[in-house]
Ligand binder design. Structure first.
Ligand SMILES: NC(=O)c1ccc[n+]([C@@H]2O[C@H](COP(=O)([O-])OP(=O)(O)OC[C@H]3O[C@@H](n4cnc5c(N)ncnc54)[C@H](O)[C@@H]3O)[C@@H](O)[C@H]2O)c1
Length: 270
C-alpha cells in the first residue's frame, strides 16, 4: 500500500465521516495529510493520533483566510502540496420549497452555498499555486444530489449541482498543470449535519434516514460505510493511475443512475 508515497494532500472536513476515511487510507498509502476542520475536538484528536503524518488546522471553509492558513501550514510542515480535497459540507435534511418560509430558504441558501460551494472555491483558490507547481490535482466530494433530485431538498441539491460546474470550469482553467475531478457518493453512515439557519445543526443525517431506507433505494442493495468510497480518491490522486482524467465525475453511488431515486418522500401530497 504505497500508491501515494511522497504525496501531500489537504482535506477539508477531515475530522469525521468520509473525510476521515479518506485521511486514514491516504496515510496508509504513504501520503502525509493536512486537514482544515471546524471542530476543535476533532482537530486535537487527529494531531494526537497522527503526530507525524497529519497536520490538522482549526478553521472554517467559508473563510479564505482560514483556507490560506491551512495551505501555508501544510507547505511549512511538509514542503509541498499534491492534492486538495474539498469535502466539508452540510445537508438540508430534505427541507422542501413549500415546507419552509421564504426567510428560512433565504438563510438556508446562504449557509449551504457558503459551505458547500464557496468553501470548495476558496479552498481551490488557496491551494492553486502550490498545485500548479507540483502538477497536482483537485478532488471535490459531490453527491448523488449533484445529478438526481430526491437526495435532499432544493438547497442541498442545487449546491451539489453547482459543484459540477466548479469541477468543469476549474478543470478547464487549470489544465494542463492541475487535474480537477469529483467523486459523487451515495448515502452512508456519517455525522453529516444540517444547516444551523434551519435549526438543524445538531441533527445528523442518520437521525432521519435508516440504513434500510438507504439500501432499499440503491440498486446494489447495501448500506455503504465511508470506507467504501475511498478507492476512487486514491485512484484520482495517484499520478501513476491517473494521467488522463480531468473534469470527470465518478458516481460512486451503488448504481443510483440506473433508475434514479425512487420511493422516498418529497413530492407534493395532492
Ligand atoms: N453522509 C452522506 O450520506 C453523504 C452522501 C453523499 C455525499 N456526502 C458528502 O460527503 C462529504 C463529507 O460529509 P460526511 O457525510 O462525511 O459528513 P461529516 O459531518 O461526518 O463530516 C464533515 C466534516 O466537515 C466538517 N465541517 C462542516 N462544516 C465545516 C466548515 N464550515 N468548515 C470546516 N469544517 C466543516 C465537520 O465538522 C465534519 O468533521 C460532504 O461533501 C457530503 O455532502 C455525504
Amino acid at each position: 500500500m504505497s500508491r501515494l508515497a511522497g504525496q501531500v494532500a489537504l482535506i477539508t472536513g477531515g475530522g469525521s465521516g468520509l473525510g476521515l476515511a479518506i485521511l486514514r487510507r491516504f496515510v496508509a498509502e504513504g501520503a502525509r495529510v493536512g486537514v482544515l476542520e471546524r471542530d476543535a475536538g476533532r482537530v486535537a484528536m487527529l494531531n494526537a493520533q497522527y503526530p507525524d503524518a497529519v497536520l490538522a488546522v482549526e478553521g472554517d471553509v467559508r473563510s479564505f483566510a482560514d483556507n490560506a492558513r491551512a495551505v501555508e501550514a501544510v507547505l511549512a510542515r511538509f514542503g509541498r502540496l499534491d492534492c486538495f480535497i474539498g469535502n466539508a459540507a452540510i445537508w438540508d435534511h430534505g427541507a422542501t420549497l413549500v415546507g419552509r418560509s421564504g426567510e428560512e430558504l433565504e438563510r438556508g441558501f446562504d449557509e449551504l452555498f457558503a459551505i458547500n460551494v464557496k468553501g470548495y472555491l476558496l479552498g481551490a483558490k488557496a491551494a492553486a499555486q502550490a498545485l500548479i507547481e507540483s502538477e497536482g490535482s483537485i478532488i471535490f466530494t459531490l453527491s448523488n444530489s449533484a445529478f438526481y433530485p430526491g437526495g435532499g431538498g432544493p438547497l442541498y441539491t442545487a449546491s451539489k449541482h453547482a459543484g459540477v460546474g466548479l469541477v468543469r470550469q476549474l478543470a478547464y482553467e487549470l489544465a494542463p498543470r492541475v487535474r480537477v475531478n469529483a467523486v459523487a457518493p451515495s448515502g452512508m453512515a456519517s455525522d453529516l449535519r444540517g444547516a444551523a439557519s434551519l435549526g438543524q445543526q445538531d441533527q445528523r443525517i442518520m437521525d432521519t434516514r435508516s440504513p434500510e431506507a438507504i439500501s432499499a433505494i440503491l440498486p446494489l442493495q447495501f448500506f455503504p460505510d465511508p470506507e467504501d468510497f475511498v478507492g476512487p480518491y486514491v485512484m484520482l490522486a495517484s499520478r501513476a493511475d491517473n494521467r488522463t482524467l480531468s473534469g470527470v465525475f465518478i458516481n460512486a453511488d451503488c448504481g443510483l443512475g440506473i433508475r434514479g431515486i425512487r420511493h422516498v418522500a418529497g413530492g407534493l401530497d395532492l
